[in-house]
Write a protein that binds this ligand. Sequence first.
Ligand SMILES: Cc1cc2nc3c(=O)[nH]c(=O)nc-3n(C[C@H](O)[C@H](O)[C@H](O)COP(=O)(O)OP(=O)(O)OC[C@H]3O[C@@H](n4cnc5c(N)ncnc54)[C@H](O)[C@@H]3O)c2cc1C
Length: 395
Amino acid sequence: MSAMPRVIVMGGSVGGLTTALVLRDTGCDVRVFERSSSALQARGAGIAALDATLRYLVERGGYQPADVCSATGWIRFLNRDGSLRHEQRHRYRFSSWNTIYRSLLRLFGAGRYLLGHEVVDFGQTGDTVCVTLADGSRASADLLVCADGVSSIGRGKLIPEVAPSYAGYVAWRGTVPERSLSPATRKAYEDAIIYQVLTDSHILVYPIPGLDGSLAAGDRLINMVWYVNVAAGDDLDRLMTGRDGIRRAVSLPPGAATDEAVTSMRRQAEAVFAPPVAEVVTSVAEPFVQAVYDIEVPRMAHGRVCLVGDAAFAVRPHAAAGTAKAADDGWALGEELQAAGGNVPAALAAWERRQLLVGQQLLDRTREIGDSSQFNGTFRPGDPRLIFGLHEPGH
Ligand SMILES: Cc1cc2nc3c(=O)[nH]c(=O)nc-3n(C[C@H](O)[C@H](O)[C@H](O)COP(=O)(O)OP(=O)(O)OC[C@H]3O[C@@H](n4cnc5c(N)ncnc54)[C@H](O)[C@@H]3O)c2cc1C
């Protein structure tokens, strides 16, 4: 019998899938329980892809970064009239949540990736974790990895005293087919991520793969993320209440924002942005909204259950390191399980010491950047702290 544990991973997004793949490689018997009943679909979200996000695909999956990422060689900041405020050479890779997810899932295979498996409860008895699913069925394992995202029930059960803290602003996000943009605007994004800094706000816009993963010029999408302050209370409630009347806590999916909110956002974009930025923002057919939260946990493991990715620390997006942190949690868990010869409590104790530090430092960094943009007026083009990175800017 294998010394390596039987593992259930709750949540099959980037963090859950990377963890599942790494643990399977160490000899664990791994199943992924994903709540969604169909393969997770285009979330319409572009992501800056750091090395840790791509690590499994590249080191073990036979991928080159260029198979799944677009790349840019410049960071440019524009003024309102479109003139250049600042530029610097810096190479970034960009992908989409969709492209990374699909590629990881292809490597894991569908056999043990179980859709429609929503975990509603779990408990630990002796050396076993027993999980209850929404249909009432049960499953057991030696280790439960909660990779169930920002609204994690794993966190809620293990550390109920931790509550998400609203950062005071939201991100308007969305994509536009590159082909649909004017030649001048397309040229602006050919080899650059474009920023524009406003009073108490900033936007970033960059090219990502097309929905089918295509990286050919013209087939790509141009992705925007615009950080806008929205006061907690009535203003936030109004924005996060969709056309269906439902108030979402974290994200309002594409197509759900009210016409009033979208029209007001587009009007403001026309008034404040440089032409290549305004054209993208006003052309997004179905912009979506994500409220920005800080989540800080004092522990990431308890007995035979652990929290990875956004289920543990959820950090503001300014280091573009959310998926990288989730993947790094998974790699570190694999290393510690191997070092402990499959002894789950010993591995989790060592793992928690390492990953608490990674999460806390990233949270502190992203909080500082976010506050400098949205509240303190100290967000400066060219500031080296703005370079994306998991452990520090650039790394
Ligand atoms: C505005 C914005 C911009 C961002 N930009 C970037 C970027 O450029 N680069 C980057 O790396 N990151 C970025 N992020 C962060 C990134 O999206 C997250 O950090 C990342 O998706 C976290 O991955 P995860 O696997 O931990 O959780 P998630 O991706 O949230 O996945 C959780 C999964 O768990 C499933 N699930 C939930 N509950 C249950 C349950 N009870 N049972 C079973 N399954 C369940 C869900 O269906 C989902 O599939 C950004 C985030 C925001 C808000």
